[in-house]
Design a protein around this ligand. Sequence first.
Ligand code: IVH
Length: 669
Amino acid sequence: MPRALSIAQQIEKLREEIRRHEELYYVLDNPEISDAEYDALIEKLQKLEQKHPEYVTPDSPTQRVGGRPADGFAEVVHRQPMLSLDNSYNIDELRAFDQRCRRLADGRSLEYVAELKIDGLSIALHYENQILVRGVTRGDGRIGEDVTQNARTIRSVPLKLRTKEKSISGEVEVRGEVFIPRKVFERINAEREAQDEPRFANPRNAAAGTIRQLDSKIVASRKLDMFAYDLLAGDRKPFATHWEALNWLEKAGLRVSPERALCSSIDAVIEFANRMEARRDDLDYEIDGLVVKVNSTALQDEFGTTNKAPRWAIAYKYAARQATTKVNGIVVQVGRTGALTPVANLDPVSLAGTTVSRATLHNADEVKRLGIRIGDWVLIEKGGDVIPKVLKVIESKRTGEEKPFRMPKKCPVCGGEISRPEGEVVSRCVAADCPAQLEGRLLHFASRRAMRIEGLGESLVHQFVESGKIRDAGDLYSLTLDDIASLERMATKSASNLLAQIEASKQRDLSNLIYGLGLRHVGDHTATTLARQFGSLEALSKATVQELDDVPEIGLTVAQSVRDWFDDEGNIELCKRLEAAGVRTKMDKPSGPANDTFAGKLFVLTGTLAAFTRDEARAAIEARGGRVTSSISKKTDYLVAGEEAGSKLDKATELGVKVVDEEAFKKML
Ligand code: IVH
């Protein structure tokens, strides 16, 4: 029988187990146990340590949380100053950096490591004989603050390094960037709002505010994370290359961003920069660019530093996505569904490569949350969406001249009633004849993915509606040349072009028509599914909720919404008029695929294909009975990966989904 373990052994065994789960969870993103099971392990360890305080060590997982709040933070002088970086803002400046480096390298070969520039704050972690002894903020680069207790709460910071190398065993310093993942950031802000505390403007501020919190319990609840990007042993770099240092850090149990590249030329760096910029919104943390570093440690030493930044590294900044500007006015727009959207008119400001003069305020709740007034200075941000949003009011810039703004009680366009159902954030104008809604519906009907009537823009639609020439989409098809030519700034030539466009739109696919009718919850993809399934507008109009719900990819919400739309007599009337005007309301061929080589197979498309647009590839798959979805799951049969395939490719590999490149895809077809 094996001998019973001593208390010390039991404790150490438990710690090892917990460390393994922490690494699986926080570093490898691949947990094996639930949060509750993890908590139970911690609790067990806590109990053992309480009974036997003589065995409590600073690297115990229990030491992450708690600890007495300190009276402020002690100052620590950095062993090596924490420098900042010079910036470059475009490819030319990046090439100029490369030229400087090559001049300094004087013919010797030169490699770069390109890393993400994580938008957080830097920290230095001191390890002595593998044990984390201190965490220090950057401070002014020379002197930082001792935030050890808080650093311990970061689950991806190992309290003990996993390393065997003798050369890297004494005093080790790991440097990296502390950040808050986007999702956690949203959660923190929601909580702060509920407690009437001001929101953090961005994840970086939230991370900086958090690491300097005196109560490490609060810090622990904020779920900071860290990517390591530098290593010192004593006060020198222990590896011949930066690349090796990063790999070592990873092996030692730190989290190192997998998005890194060893580049043999500046062109390879640029390629990586562009690839990552395209994926910027898919990452679950904020980045503001890249950091490009000379790989060879010997060359780094030789190039040296200025008193501010190393000569062997540079930041390559993506276009800023936040800016401050002034609110000149707030207007309330009424969309095609009657939704009221407050929009701020701004002093034009340059943001992420475009000039911005409007930002959405979303809805009444958001206006209230922001407390925005006309004349305020605001911080705006452009994310993945086309129109930027207002993050916060800069109250310190108020002069007292600002004018309050209130959401209107009636529709600002038609004066109709506004309704806001319980539990919804959106207020809507419910007037059936609101001209703003009609304009929105017409613009949607004419839009590219719907009936594609080129030339029918905002100003024309407005004039048609205002003059009463058009009361619904059906009226478009009885417009005469005179009707159009009599409008402002309309010459006969453009009037006849528009007529030709309207005529041509009659031949669009049934799916375009269904999308163009603007049923709630029916996007262009759903419209295609419905067209395929029912084959005609008439058949669709007669489908029961059950029949609709039975269609793959159609859920109950959509089913109900489609039924509701066709239950409205006015809508049925519109369908009849469109049909009478000669608009195609049936599928060309009988529904069903041309052949069934892909019957039942689920495809996902990613990257750029040389010979197909996305729509063409989709059509080719669907014509053979296959289906295309946008996200990968275990059910996916094939991922068709073109050039520059991104995270979907990783996901497919992870899930064991078969990946085919363009050549293979063509063969399958
Ligand atoms: S290296 C001497 N690598 O950017 C080298 N910095 O603008 C100094 N940062 O203070 C830093 N991601 O807080 C490096 N992969 C990365 C980084 C990174 C973010 C931050 C860091 C630094 C600032 C300089």
